[in-house]
Each structure stands twice: as C-alpha cells, then as structure tokens.
Design a protein around this ligand. Structure first.
Ligand code: 0RQ
Length: 502
C-alpha cells in the first residue's frame, strides 16, 4: 500500500535488480545518484558487481567508468571495488575498498571540485554517458521524478544517459517531495545568472524530468542510506569549536558580521559536527546554511529554531538522526532545500551571499597552504570535495584540524605541505585545538609567525621555529624556505614512523 510509482507506463518497467543490470555493458560510462552516503542506488550496483565477477572468472574483461555526485556507500563503491569493476572514478570517494583500488592503481581517479563536474561533463571531457542509475523517493503520475536524499548531478545524468535505470526506495520518505529545487544552468555561454540571493530562495522545480522512452528498468528497494555514525566530539574538536565561537563573537563585536552570522558552510566529520554543537548551544539566533551537506548538528538547530533554513545538495547523517529525520520529516520540510551540486556549490552564489566556509584539513604549512587530500603527498584520502568551491569564494575561509595526528607522531602544521589543495591566498583562517590564526591581510613572514605561535602543538613548535629561522638564514626572501629540509618531516615519518627527531 506504500505505492510510489504513480505513472502507469512506468509501472510496467518494474523488474529485478539482476534484470536491470543486464542493460549495462563492459566499458560503459555510468552516472549514478548519491552524495556523501545519501541517495545512492542500493541494489542494481550489487547485481552489476555479480555480473562483473562472473565475467572475470571466465577470463573476460568487464569494468565500467563511474561518475557520481560525491561519495556513496558500500552497496555501490564498495561492491564494485571488491570485484575490481571500476576503471575510472570521479569526482569523490570515501569508501575504503574503493580508496584501496585507487591507491593501488586499479582505478583511475579524478578528484575534482564538486561544482565542476557538470560543466566538465558538458564540455565532453568525461565522455558520453551510457547508463544513469538514479535513486528516487517516488515517480509522479505525470512521469516526473522525485529525488531522494541527494540531488547531486541527477538531472544532468538523466538528461545525458542513453539508458536510465531508476531505483525507487521505500525507505526514503515520500514526503521528501517538495524539498528539492531543481534548476539547470544554461548549457551554452554566457550562462544565465543563478538567481539565488538568500539561502531560502527557491528558483526551480521540486521534481526532475526524464525522457520516458529512455527508462529501461525500474527497481523497487527498501534500504537505508549508508549514514556512518559520527565519533563523539572529543576534547580537540570542542576546543576548535571554542576558538571559532570566540572568532565569530569578535567579528560580530567589530560589526563585520551580523548577529545571525553569515550563511554557514560546513564540511563533514567529527570537528564540523562539534562546531555545529557549539553553535547550537551558543547565543546565536536565526542562523542559516548554504552548504553541501546537512549533518546531525544542523538538523538539531533546524528543529530548535536556532537555524531557520539550510540549503544543501544532500544529507550526511548518523543512523539515529536519519531515522529521526524520517520519523519527523514534517518538522523539516519547510526548512530544507536540496539543490543540484552545481548550484549548492556555485561560486557565484557563494560569493554573493557571503558564506562562512569551514572545512577539515589533513595538514597546513607555516605559510598557510593546505593539504586536504593526500597523506604524505601520495596516498589519496578522499578528495577535495566541495571544500575548494567554498574556500575560494567564501566571505571567510576557515580550515580546522587537530595539531597532531597518529598519536603525536605527525604534526599537522609542517614546514611545507607535500600537496597543495588550497593555496595560501585562499586560506584565511587556520584553527587547531591550540588556537586560531587569522591570516587575513598578512604577508607570508607574518603568517608563519602567527601559525607557528597559535596553531602548532608545543611539541613541534620549537622545531617549526628552528625551521623558519633556517629559512630566514638561507633564503631571506618573500617566502623563506630551507628546501633541503622542507619535506624532511614527511620523509622522516615515512621511513621511521614519526616526524619527531630521535
Ligand atoms: O586517519 O582514518 O586512518 O584514522 O586522516 O582524519 O582527524 O579523523 O579528520 O574526519 O575531519 O577528515 C581532510 C580527510 C579530514 C576531510 C579530511 C588522518 C587521520 C585519519 C582522517 P585514519 P580525522 P576528518 C564537504 C567538504 C576534503 C573534502 C572536504 C576531507 C584520517 O575533512 O576529506 O573538505 N576533506 N569536503 O589519522 C597524516 C596528517 C593527518 C593524517 C589526519 N597530518 N597526516 N594523516 N590524518 N591528519 C564535504 C564534501 O565535499 C562531500
């Protein structure tokens, strides 16, 4: 009685996941829904993985190219990585099995800004899509489609693919209908202005469209989103959140930010969630978010009224909060807008509305260059995700990281980062549990002093100061470095397991 497919013609396309997966051929470019563990297809990828496994056992080649919104879950990236079924993956991944394939060289991975996926696809650089697999919460009587908990690149994939497979997921609430805002940029230049001035502005339709003749299969599922639990916020995360609250209060006092702050963008993870918790307990009112993902902390603030509106492209919730959202969706329907990722992360809008960007970093160097993606310069962690979309264009760009990693054997503040994802010109504030460095307006030499003084752990502070002095002695120029030692901390960690001297 939970009928979700209201279009008579499409009802006749319902089949099993195994039948649906037969439409996919070796070498196909597949575009799926899914963004940070939400809204990805749950069962057709498993059936495809079984086919790939069988083909490999018979000595046949079978790999596909996989384009998504962002990270998905074990039932998509996980199962396909397990059978070594993906030759090319873009734009973002957090699945451990897929990460291993990427780092082992089995899967070519293009890590890129999430707002750039659609423009790059339209340019032809990513090839022509063969099959789209899109999770929905329902199909309306007129054949238009209601997305589930992620919008991502869905509409573009639906427009572009030669064949479309739909997964209608009964675990997703039918009441998601009305929460999406689907608006497409013009495919040619000059593009239309994106008419969003406030996070609450709705500019498009609540449904997606598809050429019904392209729909080859529809599968019904009842499976939860991945929804990884958060690690409870620890002392470091709370200290980072505390420094940030102080910073916001100071900006308000100076009259540089309004009492309700500016629209927040917040990355994923333990620290981001602790910041949301701190905001929910603080004195701020009427907050808003123009962000990529809605996490637990934001949902709580929307419920208590601390936050009035959140615009994003998907959810990234713990299992408990996801269940809570499903059980109480009426409370949230008017307060959440889910947009295509090209719009949720659009530089034009981010600049116009003046976001506060808050993202995690793996490490930063003493001049404020940030590495978000590669461990020790080579091993891919996740990818840049949307952090660059927001960082370059926000009103203020903040990076957060504990000052130590791996039991203190790694300093997150280093002489030189072996990988730059966010150049120093884009990085305005760095905050660790030790303190906050407001780098706005500072030259490299001044940045180095503030970062070492405010952000480095006491264990590494003297070593960083020593390095900086060596730099001043050897190359007393705009950006003093001592090249022979610039990456020696990383080299030492790789060969001895610690950045600390003996
Ligand atoms: O390793 O998993 O082996 O334990 O890196 O570190 O401290 O748990 O931090 O979960 O906040 O992730 C940058 C990866 C931080 C994330 C990054 C090791 C550490 C651990 C994770 P283990 P933590 P977080 C919106 C914006 C890019 C995308 C983005 C990220 C693991 O924030 O992916 O911002 N950002 N998107 O031990 C070596 C160091 C280290 C280190 C930490 N200095 N050296 N290893 N680690 N610091 C969302 C989307 O775009 C979708």
């Amino acid at each position: 009685n939970d009928k979700r497919i209201h279009h008579l013609g499409l009802q006749r396309k319902v089949c099993s996941a195994e039948e649906a997966a037969q439409w996919i051929n070796p070498g196909d470019i597949i575009g799926t829904s899914g963004f940070t563990g939400s809204g990805y297809p749950k069962i057709v990828p498993g059936a495809l993985a079984a086919r790939i496994k069988q083909a490999h056992e018979q000595g046949k080649e079978f790999k596909i190219k996989l384009l998504t919104g962002a990270s998905t879950g074990p039932e998509l990236d996980g199962v396909l990585a397990e059978v070594n079924g993906v030759s090319y993956r873009t734009p973002f991944n957090t699945d451990p099995k897929m990460r291993k394939r990427i780092n082992d060289g089995d899967t070519n991975y293009l890590d890129m800004h999430l707002s750039y996926v659609a423009p790059l696809y339209r340019s032809g650089a990513l090839g022509d899509m063969d099959v789209a697999i899109i999770e929905l919460s329902s199909i309306r009587a007129d054949g238009t489609l209601v997305a589930s908990t992620a919008v991502g690149n869905n509409q573009l994939w639906l427009n572009s693919a030669k064949k479309v497979i739909l997964e209608v997921n009964h675990w997703q609430r039918a009441e998601l209908e009305g929460m999406h805002d689907i608006w497409e940029v013009s495919p040619t230049f000059p593009q239309k202005i994106v008419p969003i001035v406030n996070p609450h502005d709705r500019i498009g339709n609540p449904y997606m469209t598809v050429d019904l003749d392209k729909v080859v299969a529809i599968v019904e599922t009842n499976a939860p989103d991945r929804n990884a639990p958060f690690s409870p916020s620890d002392g470091n995360a709370r200290a980072i959140a505390g420094h940030l609250m102080e910073f916001f209060n100071y900006e308000i006092k100076k009259g540089k930010m309004p009492q309700q702050l500016l629209p927040l963008q917040s990355g994923i993870g333990n620290v981001a969630n602790a910041v949301m918790e701190a905001l929910s307990q603080g004195h701020f009112e009427n907050l808003s978010a123009y962000t990529e993902v809605i996490q637990d902390g934001m949902l709580s603030m929307l419920e208590t009224g601390k936050m009035r509106i959140a615009s994003a492209t998907s959810f990234s919730l713990s299992p408990e909060k996801a269940q809570y959202f499903n059980d109480n969706i009426q409370k949230f329907r008017q307060k959440i807008i889910l947009r295509p990722q090209e719009i949720s992360n659009h530089p034009e809008v981010i600049r116009r509305i003046g976001c506060i960007a808050m993202n995690g970093a793996i490490e930063a160097d003493i001049f404020g260059n940030v590495n978000s993606t590669h461990i020790m310069g080579s091993r891919m962690m996740n990818g840049i995700g949307g952090s660059g979309d927001f960082t370059r264009n926000a009103y203020v760009s903040i990076f957060m990281t504990p000052s130590l990693a791996k039991d203190g054997n790694i300093s997150s503040i280093v002489p030189m980062v072996p990988r730059v994802d966010h150049i120093s010109q884009d990085v305005q504030v760095i905050v660790t549990e030790q303190g906050l460095a407001d780098l706005r307006g500072l030259s490299p030499r001044c940045r180095a002093k503030v970062i070492i003084e405010n952000c480095a752990h006491p264990t590494y502070k003297p070593l960083l100061t020593e390095y900086y002095k060596l730099g001043l002695k050897n190359t007393p120029m705009q950006t003093p470095h001592f090249l022979r030692e610039a990456l020696s901390w990383h080299e030492k960690f790789v060969s001895t397991g610690t950045m600390l001297p003996k």
